[in-house]
Write a protein that binds this ligand. Structure first.
Ligand code: FNR
Length: 367
């Protein structure tokens, strides 16, 4: 077939990366400073071994579950990654259609190149019960922040993902080395930036101009609650302490994330931070995870360690860059097929069967 050589997400990464100009490629693929966390997000998965049960009837294996209290085909969604139209002109519209087709959720970035209305319409056009979350930064302009929230809610988004790991932007050398600027013609409707303003700015300058480094639990979470009925999720939690804080503040969920290694370099791989968050949560708050997940087996390990659901950022970008909407279809199908195959080969018939008992040897020397 047309995708005969794309057998896994790493094949997709390589094929997509070849198609992108250097500035875009490095913007998407790189992490901050030494990129220790970027690489460890993926490599940390290799220290876990699976512990399969054999001679289990897996003929009716069903990877479906729920996300935002709504059915999804399997426990994976697309994380909020900005600037998707730089990878393919259809950008977030293509991602939304592919997610709807595969029966999974998508989180819309505040840096999306299409409006929330357009992205919602694209997804709902394929599947009427498609779920979106809206990613939000705490902004100096509280009026604009409120406008983004109200727009997301009125368009039917189910949740807000408050990005909590970015009081300031992480230092990404690639953007300075390439003098990275957004290509002409791309818009940022949620942020209401005009094209001329964007052209003159680096990403760092643009981000620092609107983002509020005064953000904090006590001010921002009660305010969010007063403005919206959407679920409130904290994106970027890496510790038991902050998991407990999210519970105390009445949040609906926690996304264990290090922003794909793009914010503070040197923090733990998310799969290594996950267990302490799960333990602290003790079932009182939902826990999802993203960062470095590149196979159905990685997904399976995250679920075995207590995540309810996972999200992927760059794999969607690679799908877009490789073949637009069909590329995202290919990415999602690859994860779906690998995850279901992994469940069957470990003797799991439903995601509830994926427990700690499914993980065996943990190499203590790390990857
Ligand atoms: C991101 N991420 C991100 N997160 C966020 O909260 N708001 C944003 O606008 C963006 N933008 C963004 C752009 C690009 C190009 C990337 C790669 C990532 C982080 C994203 O939501 C997610 O946490 C990571 O991408 C997950 O890691 P993987 O799957 O990319 O390894």
């Amino acid at each position: 077939g047309p995708h005969a050589k794309i057998l896994c997400i790493d094949d997709l990464r390589i094929a997509a990366t070849e198609k992108l100009p250097a500035g875009a490629r490095d913007f998407y693929n790189s992490g901050s400073t030494d990129q220790l966390t970027l690489h460890e997000n993926t490599s940390a998965y290799s220290k876990y071994r699976l512990r399969p049960r054999v001679l289990v009837d897996v003929s009716r294996c069903d990877p479906s579950t729920t996300c935002f209290a709504s059915p999804v085909a399997f426990p994976l969604g697309v994380s909020p990654a900005g600037l998707q139209a730089m990878a393919h002109p259809s950008g977030e519209l293509a991602t939304a259609r592919a997610c709807a087709r595969r029966g999974v959720s998508m989180c819309i970035s505040s840096f999306a190149n299409y409006s929330v209305s357009e992205i919602r319409a694209a997804g709902l056009g394929v599947r009427g019960d498609m779920r979106h979350a809206m990613q939000l930064y705490t902004m100096k302009d509280r009026g604009l922040e409120e406008k983004i929230l109200r727009k997301a809610e009125s368009e039917g988004c189910s949740a807000v993902f408050l990005t909590a790991d970015s009081p300031v932007l992480g230092v990404r050398y690639n953007e300075w080395r390439n003098d990275f600027r957004t290509p002409k013609g791309l818009n940022f409707p949620a942020l209401e930036w005009d094209a001329e303003d964007i052209q003159g700015r680096t990403h760092d300058d643009g981000f620092m101009s609107f983002n509020d480094d005064g953000h904090n639990w006590a001010r921002d979470i009660p305010w969010l609650r007063s403005v919206t009925k959407m679920e409130i999720w904290i994106k970027g939690v890496l510790t038991a302490e902050d998991t407990l804080k999210a519970i105390e503040m009445g949040c609906d969920g926690v996304l264990v994330s290090n922003h794909g290694g793009r914010q503070l370099d040197g923090v733990a791989a998310t799969i290594d931070a996950l267990p302490e968050c799960v333990e602290a949560a003790a079932g009182r708050i939902r826990i999802h995870v993203d960062g470095g997940i590149r196979s159905g087996t990685d997904m399976f390990k995250a679920l075995a360690l207590g995540a309810e659901h996972v999200w992927v950022g760059r794999p969607a970008i690679w799908g877009l860059a490789y073949d637009g909407e069909q590329g995202v279809d290919l990415m999602l199908d690859t994860f779906y097929n690998e995850f279901k195959r992994c469940m069957q080969l470990t003797g799991c018939n439903s995601v509830k069967d994926i427990t700690k008992a499914c993980l065996g040897v943990v190499r203590s020397d790390g990857p």
